[in-house]
Design a protein around this ligand. Structure first.
Ligand code: UD1
Ligand code: CA
Length: 477
């Protein structure tokens, strides 16, 4: 088989009307990655000389996504003429005139199409010296897809779109996946001949098939067994079903790598997440972005980690964390909120109803209860009392709080930043720390307590409180 040159065209100009979204369809995400990126990954693996992306709807954001991972891609802006046929026509016009190879056409909304399936399609096409080879599948319910119409001989005759099909044609269950290989010469000859006299008034690339067979050229169809790989995503029902399917595969992959996943149904793992053996994921856990979890850590229940790193043996319970680093054997939650830049040292603790942001909490240091700690550094083996607030914002600027090592701060403190608390220092309950506290000092800011005796009897006579106070007085008499 001769090694011919190759171009891949990714169709991404459509509006995605059925999505009813302000986000272009091809940027909706599946396992954390835009639909179009799934397709670019498989198509890119063919190592084509030319990778063309056809864009139109919301073109700037789509182009940014394409160039992000495929900087060498050729971007083609589709004009006012609608339809996949026009999209391919303009892509072919953008190829160098001397290009004389094969053109693989894929849709950006068919995310499960993998490299191996594309490679097999291309091999079959080249072996048969076909002018076109399309990827098809026999589905139990073919509704919505273009149907592959065959002749009595069994040879492919043409493709008819669902909206244009007769009742008999709609009974055909072999569908066109929207993935094809064409010789560029077939495209150059026949694309200009495609009209738009159809139900959608569009130029259909699918009309290529009928034009080629009428011209006596070879058109083959490769039917795949893994039919789910060809499912197109057109609406949110299909998107959710595809997300479920992909998640099932990702979950199973990690189970086979030694991760315990108690409830696969409620555990969602993005494709770029990385997990170690003996990690345990409890129900209701979502691991997103580039989250990494080291061996023996227990995460969940009801925890969402985005781009977060969890160290060996850490426990992260009922927590929401983004861009955080949780040290080995550390403990987080239940009900903790770690915002970007939260770094917790080995053996440390961010406890119940604690919010952190841009903090570095040293080894063995703890923020156990009901606190907000932001723009702060804490040394090692310090304990921050319950109900502590770092007042880091003066209404204009953010300021830092620095807490040393082996510090013990009292409950219900406010650290008014910028402020430093030295190593080994203490603070009393309810202290508002406005000035630096030297190492080893005890900070106190509260006025001495004063008790006004008999206040209740004088001011609330006859109340339940007054009666209780009177009873207490009698028993102590
Ligand atoms: C298309 C096929 C149909 C096939 C189905 C498989 C046509 C006419 N029909 O239908 O036979 O069964 O895919 O999923 O091709 N696009 C453009 N420019 C346009 C219109 C669409 O680039 O003017 C892009 C879209 O962004 C999308 C792809 O082409 O990525 C397919 O378009 P879509 O409207 O989803 O086609 P289907 O109706 O699904
Ligand atoms: Ca589609």
């Amino acid at each position: 088989m001769s090694k011919r040159s190759l171009a891949v065209v990714v169709l991404a100009a459509g509006q995605g009307t059925r999505m009813k979204s302000s986000t272009p369809k091809v940027l909706h995400r599946l396992a954390g990655m835009p639909l179009i990126q799934h397709v670019l990954e498989s198509a890119g693996a063919l190592n084509p000389e030319h990778l063309v992306a056809v864009v139109r709807h919301e073109r700037d954001v789509v182009v940014a996504s394409v160039l992000d991972t495929s900087p060498a891609a050729l971007i083609v802006d589709q004009d006012d003429v609608p339809g996949t046929g026009r999209a391919v026509e303009q892509a072919v016009e953008a190829l160098p005139a001397e290009f004389d190879g094969d053109v693989v056409v894929v849709s950006a909304d068919v995310p499960f199409l993998d490299h191996a399936t594309l490679e097999a399609l291309l091999d079959q096409h080249r072996e048969a010296s076909a002018s076109a080879t399309l990827l098809s599948a026999v589905l139990p319910d073919a509704t919505g897809y273009g149907r592959v119409v065959r002749r009595a001989s069994g040879d492919v005759d043409r493709i008819v779109e669902h909206k244009d099909a007769t009742a008999d044609e709609r009974d055909v269950r072999e569908i066109n996946s929207g993935t094809y290989v064409f010789t560029v010469s077939a495209l150059r000859t026949h694309l200009p001949r495609i009209g738009s006299a159809n139900a959608q008034n569009e130029k259909y690339v699918t009309d290529m098939v009928g034009l080629l067979t009428a011209a006596g050229e070879i058109v083959a169809a490769r039917a795949v067994d893994e039919t789910w790989r060809l499912e197109g995503i057109n609406d949110r029902v299909q998107l959710a079903a595809a997300a479920r399917r992909l998640n099932d595969r990702i979950v199973e992959h990690w189970q086979r790598e030694g991760v315990s996943i108690v409830d696969p149904q409620t555990t969602w793992i993005d494709r770029d997440v990385s997990l170690s053996p003996d990690v345990e994921l409890l129900p209701g856990t979502q691991l997103r972005g580039a989250t990494y979890i080291a061996a023996g850590a227990v995460v969940g229940p009801d925890t969402t980690l985005v781009d977060t790193e969890v160290g060996e043996g850490a426990i992260v319970k009922r927590t929401d964390a983004t861009l955080a680093v949780i040290g080995a054997r550390a403990s987080v939650g239940p009900f903790a909120y770690l915002r970007p830049g939260s770094v917790l040292g080995a053996g440390g603790k961010i406890g119940t109803f604690v919010e952190t942001k841009n903090v570095e909490i040293g080894e063995g240091s703890k923020v156990p209860h009901l606190s907000y700690i932001g723009d702060t550094e804490v040394g090692r083996d310090s304990n921050i009392g319950a109900g502590t607030i770092t007042a880091n914002y003066d209404g204009v600027n953010k300021h830092r709080t620095q807490v040393g090592s082996h510090v013990r701060t009292g409950s219900h403190n406010v650290f008014v930043a910028p402020v430093r608390i030295g190593d080994g220092a203490y603070s009393g309950a309810g202290t508002v720390v406005r000035k630096d506290v030297p190492a080893g000092a005890l900070a106190l800011s509260i006025a001495p307590q004063r008790n006004a005796s008999g206040w209740v009897e004088a001011n609330r006579p006859g109340s339940a409180a007054a009666e209780a106070a009177a009873r207490a007085e009698r028993t102590t008499d």
